[in-house]
Write a new protein. Sequence first.
Length: 253
Amino acid sequence: MDFASLSTLLPYVGIGFAAQLVDGALGMAFGVICNSLLVGVLGVPPVLASARVHVVECFTTASSGLSHLYHRNIDKRLFLKLLVPGVIGGLMGAYLLTSIDASVIKPFVLGYLALIGIYLFGYGLFWPPKPREAKHVAPLGFVGGFLDAAGGGGWGPVVTSNLLVQGVEPRKVIGTVNSVEFFLTIAVSAMFIAHIGIADLAGPTLGLIIGGVVAAPLGAYAARHIPVKPMLVFVGVVLSATSLFGIWKALGW
């Protein structure tokens, strides 16, 4: 690999590193962080950004899912309730994203990511959540899968955070949601590759994978030593600011 290729790859390595560091600490937000930086800062078309993120997540969620399976962190009933609606929602979201012109969809994707940032900011301010009975799991899976594919991320912030707020055991929530995400990312990645091919994914996707792999051990360390509340607030502010900056650029203000 020559210097020019390496310099082109480095921004993606940095994005993968930052996103995995946060995801390791919170158990969520890899997709939304990657996508907001790819679309909002680097100007990557939303469909390419979402495709790259989901291909990377095929690797990260496989590793995570196997780990949770080994440690018995998966609730089988919750897994089945989320799986089919989540995959169906993801396929519909991916199809929608590949069917709309990038210049039209970009402000909406960034607007969605900004709202996720605001949501995480508020979620962090009121952490920890008050326990409540889990309800409407299947619709939550469908909405989470759809928004994850169409918005380039959000499965964790939408599904994990809502189940935690409803009072489901945190260990089971994180393990089950991460395991379902593997099947979701496989389905969504296949849909994207079928529509746009694999050629445009290779280099940048490799950079995201490298950054994520390097950050994984540090993310595990962060999960043990960094408090959840300030991390959620920080991520919410960064996501909102990055996405709003992207909207400003996309609209030419």
